[in-house]
Design a protein around this ligand. Structure first.
Ligand code: SAM
Length: 482
């Protein structure tokens, strides 16, 4: 029997079934233990230190007690603290990105994904480098600076060389004032050697969703193909970090298994990365299963309602305060609006989940991975964020200045975010307004920039940011950063 050990490199020991079951039992026993719940909430609350706010985070056991708790006032308090943490670390900035689907060829048999091998009627498509260029131009013309590339697993059609070629092409396109400054990668688990190649190609975050931490369900949900290997998949982030990638993104696909099990597993994975590599995940994504070609989300028994989804998001925010949280266009505007307040720091906008979708006039459905709920244009998303007092940020400075892994975490903890990330966000927003925005968004955007510049504490930084924004408005000079 595997014994729980966060420092172990064996999947069954750091994501330990017995420990998760014991955690869920502990959470059930204590879900109405108000004294303990108050202690946990107090621990999670941001405290003012010498250099700004300090957050302790929570263990998977503590956070699981909060998730199990159904006392309405305590849930309200969780939401309040999640918002406080979000404002303390991330402020009101929301980073924007878009997915870019390279290929939907796949040899896996994932039961929730329409790209599974047995799906013979879905159109299979793989972008040529010329098509990648065209997609990137379309994305740059929308205003995107940050992409997440997506591909099915197929060593013949999508070998690592193909992915590397695509990354090279993406970074090489500079259309008008546009460029893609950070490419995050969401491809199947691979070898240390391949992760090293991705690192050398200049990727940002390596993202891999666990789908489910429940091994038995995992094996059933991935009946065929290389992804069937639970251990290889679960240990991928350790290989990625061994290959030199220090920003990794975790996620589970909510709906496949019991959400409380997934939640505990997700936090144990984060604790494991911290214990072994000294740095936790850069981001956590919270996707829910969606309808797609031959996939019916109701076929899975563990769908979660919007309130539970909000509670999960808030509890993640309390447990891992320094980890970015991502929500995609799988969710509609209303859900996104609520979750943004509870700790989400990155969203996608104007997304198309089909291979080659951005160059089409109409949203194509033939190669789509899942239905997009939020179908607004990027300009509409940017304007909506600002109307809700969030600063849309196209910033990619940290990774380009080498502030990744523990160096990014150090910036978070140093209280310097308002002197660094905030001006960077405002300067990249000005680029968007100047080059891509509609007149209304532009007007609202510059009003927001005026207000938000005042929030930069250091006078010198504020002056430089103001000057750079003037430059952006009056010239083609771009890409200023702190
Ligand atoms: N092929 C890679 C892999 O196996 O990890 C990653 C790319 S896949 C295009 C990205 C993610 O989409 C998957 O990890 C899965 O969680 C999610 N996904 C697949 N089918 C989905 C569905 N029907 N609804 C929502 N998300 C889905």
């Amino acid at each position: 029997m595997a014994v729980y050990d966060p420092k172990s490199l064996k999947a069954e020991e750091f994501i330990n079934d017995e420990e998760i079951l014991a955690t869920l039992a502990y959470a059930d026993e204590n879900k109405h233990n108000v004294e303990l719940i108050d202690q946990i909430l107090e621990k999670a609350r941001p405290k003012k230190g010498d250099k700004g706010y300090v957050c302790q985070g929570l263990t998977h056991r503590e956070a699981s007690v909060l998730l199990a708790c159904d006392i309405p006032e305590k849930i309200e308090e969780m939401y309040k603290i999640a918002e406080e943490i979000k404002m303390a670390y991330y402020g009101n900035r929301i980073v924007i990105f878009a997915p870019l689907y390279l290929s939907n060829y796949c040899i896996n048999g994932c039961l929730y994904c329409p790209y599974h091998l047995k799906n013979k009627h879905i159109a299979r498509k793989k972008l040529t480098q010329e098509e990648v260029r065209a997609e990137v131009i379309a994305l740059q013309d929308m205003g995107h600076k940050r992409l997440a590339i997506e591909a099915g697993e197929d060593p013949k059609n999508n070998p690592i060389e193909y992915i590397l070629d695509c990354i090279k092409t993406i970074y090489s396109v500079h259309h008008k004032n546009g460029d893609i400054r950070r490419v995050n990668v969401n491809i199947a688990a691979t070898t240390v050697e391949n992760y090293r190649k991705l690192k050398e190609a200049g990727i940002g975050t390596y993202i891999l969703f666990q789908e489910t931490y429940h091994k038995k369900s995992y094996l059933e949900l991935h009946p065929t193909g290389p992804k069937h290997d639970y251990d290889y998949h679960t240990e991928a982030m350790d290989r990625a970090m061994d290959g030199g990638i220090d920003d990794v993104g975790l996620g589970v696909l909510f709906g496949l298994e019991m959400y409380r099990y997934e939640f505990a597993g997700l936090l144990m994975h984060a604790e494991h990365l911290e214990a072994v590599h000294g740095v936790g995940p850069h981001t956590i994504s919270v996707p829910r299963v969606k309808h797609a070609d031959d996939i019916d989300p109701d076929a899975f028994d563990n769908g979660i309602d919007d309130d539970t989804f909000a509670k999960i998001t808030a509890c993640i925010r309390l447990a891992v305060p320094y980890t970015g949280m991502i929500i995609s266009t799988r969710e509609n505007q209303t859900v996104r609006e609520k979750l943004l307040r509870l700790g989400v720091s990155q969203i996608s906008g104007g997304s198309r989940t089909s291979v080659g979708g951005y160059t089409e006039e109409e949203r194509p459905h033939d190669t789509e991975q899942f239905d997009v709920s939020d179908q607004r244009t990027l300009d509409e998303v940017v304007n909506w964020l600002m109307q809700n007092d969030h600063v849309p940020s196209f910033c990619t400075a940290c990774y380009r200045e080498g502030r990744t892994g523990d160096r990014f975490m150090a910036l978070c903890k140093s209280g310097q975010i308002l002197n660094c990330c905030h001006p960077n966000a405002l300067m990249t927003l000005a680029e968007y307004l100047e080059d891509y925005a509609s007149p209304e968004t532009k007007k609202n955007g510059y009003e927001m920039i005026e207000r938000e510049l005042e929030r930069i504490p250091r006078e010198k930084t504020r002056e430089i940011a103001r000057r750079n924004i003037e430059d952006i408005r009056n010239s083609n000079r771009r890409d200023f950063r702190f």
